[in-house]
Design a protein around this ligand. Structure first.
Ligand code: AMP
Length: 600
C-alpha cells in the first residue's frame, strides 16, 4: 500500500513496531489471556476449559484443529445459530478463504475488531517501506486491485474475500484517491476485464506520478502485464483520442475514467506506443512508469515462480514482498524490503493473534505425527514431545533457529489452536519477535508410489532447469504440475508456459535442450524419487509446453469456481482433473526426460 501516513505517523509507526517486537513474548501472553477472558464461556471452549481461563489449561486441553474440526460450528452459525457458540464478540461477516476444504471454500469468522487489526498491518508496512525509498509521499501507487462478488449465508451474514472486504471498506475508499492511480470505481467493478483495462489506462495516464506498482500477489501483476501486451494498442488509441472504448460499459468505470481521460493526448499515446512497440519487453515496467521505485507484491512461496518474470519486466525495480497473512490472521511483515526476493523473512507481529508453532519436518507435519502413531521412534527430541510421544507446539519464546514449523493460530475471532497449513522456517529474530521464511503449503505435494515431492523441492528443481533456458532467450512465465497415474508406472508432468524474450518471435524449442531440462528437474529431486525412477516405479518426467494464455485460462477456471483474482495462487501442483484438462487443452509440445539411470 502506498502512503497512508504523514511524517509523524511514519515515525510513530516505526517506534510502534520496535515496541511490539521488543515486547513480543509479553504481548503474546497478554493476547492469549485476553482471548481466554473473552471467550472461555463459549460453547466451544467450555467443552475443554469448563469456564476456566488458565493459559496452561488451554495448552493442555484445547486440541489442535483444522478447518474440518470447527466446520460444524461455522455451519451452525451460517445457518442461524448465535455466533457466541464460538466467540463472544458478534461476527460482522464471514471471510471466504481461497483455501478449499473438500472442494468447499472455508468460511472464517470476522469481527469488527479483527478487521481493524488487519488494516493495522497494512499501515505498519508503509513506514518500513518509506525507510528505504524516498519521496513516496509525492506520488501514487499504480494499483491492480480487484473485488469479488460476495454472497450470504442462509442466516443472512455476508460472505466476502478478505481483499474485497478491505477494498470495500470506508477507510480504503477514503484513502484510495490519495494513494492509488486507480479510481475506486474501477477497483470495485465486478467485471475483471473492464476493471483491469481501466486500472491500466488510468495508471498509464498518470504515469509521471507513479512511485510504486502494487498487486496483492505477483501472479496478478504478471497477468496484468500480459493483458497490457494484448491491449496496449487499444489503450494508446483511447489516450490519443481521449475516448474510452465502447466495450467498457460499467457506468462506475466510465464515469471515473472520464475524469482522468479528459482530453486527446497524442504525445502521451506516441510515447507509450513507442515503448510498447519495442521488440523486447524487458524492463517495460520501468520504461512505462519511470519514477516507480519498487514493485509491491507477494512473491514468496508459490509466487516465487514469478520472480524471474517480474524481474525481467521490472528492469531492475526492486521487488518487495510486503507481508504474510491469510484470511484467518495476519502473521508478519517484511522488515527488510530490499532483501533478495528468494530470501524474504517475515517478522511476526505479536499483537495480531496468539501464535504457536508445531515442529514439522521440511516436508510438513504429517511425518512426525504418523511416525509417532505407528510407534516408530520419532526424529523429534523429547523436549518437543509430550508424555504420549506426540509432538507439541511451542510458543514464540521457544522457537529454534533453522527449525521448520507449521503455524497454529488462536485469534480473537473464534479460531483456537487452528492449523493454518503453512510450513515456515525460523531464520532469525527482530528484537524478541521470530522471523520466518515461508516454505510451502502443507500437502502441496506431488506423489507417486513412495515418493512425495514437496512444493519447495519442485520450485527449486524447476529453478535449476529454467536457468538452462534463459540464455537461449526464453523465460518461464509460469508452471504447474500433476501426477499422471493413468498408466503404470505413473509420471510427474510439468506444464510450462514459456515466453520468448523478444516479442512476436518464437524460436522453435530445441528438443535436446528441453529434454535436458527434464533431466535437470529429475536430477534435482531427492533420493527417493531417483531410486523409484531407477527401479522403474516412476516413469520419465514429462514437460508439456503450453501456448500463451493457457495459465490465464486456468486462473479463469478457478475464478469461475469461486476463487478471487486478488487472492488467486497458481497451484504448483494440481489435483483437480478439470483443471488438468484446462492445461492439456493448451499443450503445444511434449518432452520427456531421456535419462534412465540416476544413482550412479
Ligand atoms: P487466503 O486464505 O486466501 O487468505 O490465503 C492465505 C494463504 O496465502 C496463506 O495461508 C499462505 O499459504 C499464502 N500466503 C499469504 N501470504 C503469503 C506470503 N507472503 N508468502 C507466501 N504465501 C503467502
Amino acid at each position: 500500500m502506498a502512503d497512508l501516513m504523514g511524517t509523524k505517523d511514519y515515525e510513530n509507526g516505526l517506534n510502534f513496531l520496535e515496541e511490539l517486537t521488543e515486547n513480543g513474548h509479553r504481548i503474546q501472553e497478554q493476547v492469549l489471556e485476553e482471548i481466554l477472558l473473552r471467550n472461555a464461556g463459549t460453547e466451544y471452549l467450555t467443552r475443554f476449559l469448563h469456564g476456566q481461563t488458565d493459559k496452561q489449561l488451554f495448552k493442555n486441553n484445547v486440541p489442535i484443529v483444522t478447518y474440518e474440526d470447527i466446520k460444524p460450528y461455522i455451519d451452525r452459525i451460517a445457518n442461524g445459530e448465535t455466533s457466541n457458540i464460538l466467540l463472544a464478540d458478534p461476527i460482522s461477516e464471514f471471510i471466504q478463504s481461497s483455501g478449499t476444504s473438500g472442494g468447499q471454500p472455508k468460511l472464517i469468522p470476522m469481527t469488527a475488531e479483527n478487521f481493524e487489526k488487519k488494516t493495522l498491518e497494512l499501515t505498519l508496512v508503509d513506514p518500513v517501506v518509506k525507510k528505504y525509498f524516498d519521496g513516496l509521499e509525492k506520488g501514487k501507487t499504480m494499483s491492480l486491485f480487484f473485488v469479488k462478488k460476495g454472497s450470504e449465508t442462509p442466516s443472512g451474514l455476508t460472505v466476502r474475500t478478505l481483499t474485497s472486504c478491505y477494498f470495500m471498506s470506508d477507510s480504503f475508499k477514503k484513502s484510495a484517491p490519495k494513494i492509488c492511480t486507480s479510481p475506486i470505481e474501477t477497483i470495485l467493478c465486478l467485471d475483471h476485464k473492464q476493471s483491469m483495462y481501466c486500472q491500466l489506462l488510468t495508471g498509464l495516464l498518470q504515469r509521471d506520478h507513479v512511485v510504486s506498482i502494487s498487486s496483492i500477489f505477483g501472479s496478478v501483476l504478471a497477468r496484468s502485464i500480459k493483458f497490457l501486451e494484448d491491449h496496449w494498442n487499444e489503450l494508446c488509441s483511447n489516450i490519443r483520442t481521449g475516448c474510452l472504448s465502447d466495450w467498457i460499459t460499467d457506468p462506475g468505470c466510465r464515469n471515473a475514467v472520464s475524469s482522468i481521460l479528459t482530453r486527446p493526448n497524442p504525445e502521451l499515446a506516441d510515447t507509450i506506443e513507442q515503448i510498447c512497440g519495442n521488440e523486447s519487453w524487458e524492463g517495460i515496467i520501468k520504461k512505462l512508469w519511470p519514477k516507480a521505485k519498487y514493485i509491491n507484491s507477494v512473491i514468496t512461496g508459490t509466487m516465487s515462480q514469478y520472480i524471474s518474470l517480474l524481474d525481467f519486466y521490472g528492469g531492475g525495480i526492486p521487488l518487495v514482498s510486503p507481508s504474510y497473512g491469510s484470511s484467518e490472521s495476519t502473521f508478519g511483515i517484511n522488515l527488510n524490503p530490499l532483501s533478495n526476493p528468494y530470501d524474504v523473512s517475515y517478522t511476526f507481529l505479536p499483537n495480531m493473534a496468539y501464535f504457536e508453532f508445531l515442529p514439522v519436518d521440511k516436508d510438513g507435519e504429517e511425518k512426525a505425527r504418523e511416525s509417532n502413531l505407528d510407534g516408530v521412534s520419532s526424529q523429534w527430541s523429547s523436549e518437543m514431545t509430550n508424555a504420549n510421544g506426540n509432538v507439541e507446539p511451542v510458543d514464540s519464546a521457544n522457537v529454534k533457529l533453522g527449525q521448520y514449523y507449521e503455524v497454529v493460530v488462536t485469534t480473537f475471532a473464534g479460531l483456537y489452536r487452528y492449523r493454518v497449513g503453512d510450513v515456515l522456517k525460523l531464520t532469525g529474530f527482530h528484537n524478541n519477535s521470530p522471523q520466518f521464511q515461508f516454505v510451502e503449503r502443507r500437502n502441496t505435494v506431488l506423489s507417486i508410489d513412495m515418493d512425495k515431492t514437496s512444493e519447495e523441492d519442485l520450485l527449486k528443481a524447476i529453478g535449476n532447469a529454467k536457468r538452462h533456458l534463459e540464455p537461449l532467450g526464453f523465460v518461464l512465465m509460469t508452471f504447474s504440475s500433476y501426477a499422471e497415474t493413468s498408466s503404470i508406472p505413473g509420471r510427474y508432468v510439468l506444464f510450462w508456459e514459456l515466453k520468448f524474450k523478444e516479442r512476436n518471435r518464437w524460436l522453435k524449442l530445441d528438443a535436446k535442450i528441453m529434454e535436458e531440462c527434464c533431466s535437470i528437474v529429475e536430477e534435482s529431486l531427492d533420493f527417493t524419487y531417483k531410486s523409484l525412477r531407477e527401479a522403474n516405479k516412476i516413469a520419465a518426467l514429462e514437460v508439456r509446453v503450453v501456448k500463451h494464455g493457457t495459465f490465464d485460462a486456468l486462473m479463469d477456471f478457478y475464478v469461475s469456481k469461486g476463487a478471487s483474482i486478488n487472492q488467486y495462487k497458481t497451484p504448483s501442483c494440481i489435483k483437480s482433473e478439470e483443471a488438468v484438462k484446462v492445461l492439456n487443452s493448451g499443450v503445444l509440445e511434449k518432452f520427456f526426460s531421456p535419462k534412465t539411470f540416476f544413482l550412479s
